[in-house]
Design a protein around this ligand. Sequence first.
Ligand SMILES: Cc1ncc(COP(=O)(O)O)c(C=O)c1O
Length: 463
Amino acid sequence: MTLTNSNFDDIRDWDTQNFMHPWEGMEDQADYQRTFVEGGEGIYVTSESGEKFIDGPAGMWCVQVGYGRNEIANAMAKQAMEMAYVSPFSNSNSASAELAHEIAKRTPGDLNTVFFTTGGSTAVDSAIRFVQFRNNILGKPDKKVVISRQKAYHGSTYLSASLSGKERDKGWLDQAEKLTYFLPNVNPYVRADGQSVEEFLSEKVADLENAILEIGPDKVAAFIAEPILASGGVIVPPKGYHKRCLEVCRKYDVLYISDEVVTGFGRLGHWFASEGVYDIVPDIITCAKGLTSGYVPMGACMISDQLVADISGDASQGAVFSNGFTYSGHPVSAAAALANIEIFERDGILEHVRNVAPVFEERLFALADLPLVGDARGQGLMGCVECVAKTEGNQLEMDHEVGGMIDAHCQKMGLLLRPLINMCVFSPPLVIEEAQIHQMFDILGEGIKRTTDDLVKQGVKLA
Ligand SMILES: Cc1ncc(COP(=O)(O)O)c(C=O)c1O
């Protein structure tokens, strides 16, 4: 739908002149030309010129049930016609109440209190604000520090961005430094030479315990962790890490917030990976993205009944949780999320992911044999291939170049990737079939080989 009879050159100009994109590079924003994605069906998207691609990153880890789902579009249209908007501050709506109930049925333990937000960042922000609020009521106003990890990504509000541990994103923006603490990288790929994965695991768990002791348990409110660090490069912590970290948190009265904005809603074959994959019941889970399969924005944090009970009724001192959004529990988003959950149930999406994940993982790990590949890692339908070409010059520039070359080769062969500098990250729609997984990895492998040939021709050394 457009308001004007414009040609595509005009649209390109408006994109560069009027649309400031997330993570906009200020040096070249006036000329940076993006691929326009204008259509989608199943696991495929099409560009403005009609080229068809496998959508490697499923939008941005979000289009779980694939594109072109009439059921979701119709549910949204029906809700918009019946009742487009209700203020969640003073009223309620059947779609939002039903969705809260459906989410609560699927969360682990007693995480039955659902606080709706507008996306993942606001879910994380609201979770942290709830933890602060609770400690204020409990008479622990100094218990406020939240421990996060290097390479974590938790969002783009001031608080959630302050908890993100991607150094390259922090250089030019302010942070709430007094409220945060960062643990070292939990990626086994970077462990010291000669260190076993088991020793690395113990070291990473000790990092958390030592941090709590250093800051003081009376000052540490929570530990926040993505089960798999997604935007940090699909970092899978060593087996047993989450369970042992939860034990440390319990020992020191530190809450455990599991940020499942990416891993929630089926990415690892379960509604929530915390319990389904890692056998833990955290105190709070955050989710977004897959909740509506990306059809419309929505997020939520699910809080344990116990945490809420501790500060309710007589214990509340009349406190009000003065946090929320005009669009908390938006009826149209709730209708989309309900239709999305119905598709998951009807089509057995979780079982499907569990069935095809071994094929995905086998093809992914095999890429580690290619000379350009330093590490190939992932789990479920999340994968990352980290490519390493050494240079005596500017390594960051070389890393960007390698990622860009692989991306360009793969696009020519019909695969969209998400290049994170020198890491190719992919998390396709969950409905991807086994044959399509093979097709995706065939293209990726070929893209890496062609890039290798180009680099060798340029005289670049491979790691
Ligand atoms: C783990 C995690 N948390 C939070 C967010 C922020 O979500 P949003 O971009 O919807 O605000 C993201 C986004 O990628 C994420 O990956």
